[in-house]
Design a protein around this ligand. Structure first.
Ligand SMILES: [Zn+2]
Ligand SMILES: [Zn+2]
Length: 272
């Protein structure tokens, strides 16, 4: 099986609100997204299909055919629209990123001839995306940033071994990185709010548990978590999972960019 994906863009306006609720309740649940006049995003949509290779042509499917199917649908139903007012589905369902992904999946599944739809990923902006595969679950990923110093050094290795493994990262004074953290939760969108989890809650928990602890700190010297633990990105990802999972019951994955070039993923102890 070969997997291939096509990326495309559209812009749309939306508002998160339930008309039967009071203004106050809409504000509490949806925050600034509840503005009835709407706000908008430039969305990036990635559609991945899978299929068997055609030995003669050397392709699975003409990727411009995929583009045509998706683009035709997106231009007709989503692009340039105020979703709550102009799209029949979103007159009834709140156009959260999770719900837009569900809608795209249900609308595009089965439309690719010999290929099967495998994954839909929708970026609302650089710091939020939602994705779905064949299961009923939808995943929502929020991205955060922190800067911190560390020294890669294990007390269980000799000075020579530490230097041999970690090289300049073993510098006794430490060095630092711009970390980008992805927190992914998984679930079925709530039928009323269209949300898997309230992003404002996730933001608050990540700020309390991670950003306040690690941002502009020296991991080895300033944090309890890494006092006796080598702050490799593997360990940072595991520690972040352990700090967040008690507060985020539907946590699915921690993704950690140590630098633009180094990326680590952890799915929790049960999925090892
Ligand atoms: Zn929005
Ligand atoms: Zn480093």
């Amino acid at each position: 099986m070969i997997y291939l994906s096509r990326k495309m863009y559209f812009s749309a306006a939306h508002s998160y609100r339930i008309d039967e609720w009071s203004e106050e309740k809409n504000q509490i649940v949806f925050g600034p997204c509840s503005n009835s006049h709407g706000h908008g995003h430039d969305y990036t949509l990635e559609v991945m299909v899978k299929g068997k290779l055609n030995d003669k042509s050397g392709i699975v499917v003409n990727i411009t055919d995929i583009d045509m199917v998706v683009k035709t649908f997106v231009q007709k139903e989503l692009d340039g629209k105020f979703l709550n007012k102009e799209n029949p589905y979103f007159k009834k369902n709140i156009p959260t990123t999770e719900n837009i992904v569900m809608y795209l999946w249900d609308s595009l599944d089965g439309k690719f001839g010999s290929c099967t739809l495998h994954k839909i990923r929708l970026h609302e902006n650089d710091f939020l995306f939602s994705e779905k595969e064949a299961s009923t679950m939808v995943r929502l990923t929020r991205k955060y940033h922190f800067s911190t110093a560390h020294r890669l050094h294990s007390e269980q290795l000799s000075e020579e071994e530490n230097l041999a493994i970690f090289g300049k990262c073993n510098n006794p004074y430490g060095h630092g990185h711009n970390y980008y953290l992805e927190v992914t939760v998984s679930g079925e969108p709530d039928p009323v709010t269209g949300m898997i989890a309230n992003i404002a809650d996730i933001d608050r928990i990540v700020d309390q548990e991670i950003i306040k602890k690690f941002d502009h700190k020296h991991l080895n010297l300033d944090t309890q978590e890494f006092k006796d633990l080598n702050p490799t990105s593997e360990n940072v990802a595991i520690v972040i999972w352990d700090l967040l999972s008690p507060k985020l019951p539907n946590l699915y994955k921690i993704g950690l960019y140590e630098t633009e070039k180094n990326y680590f993923e952890y799915y929790g102890p049960e999925k090892e």
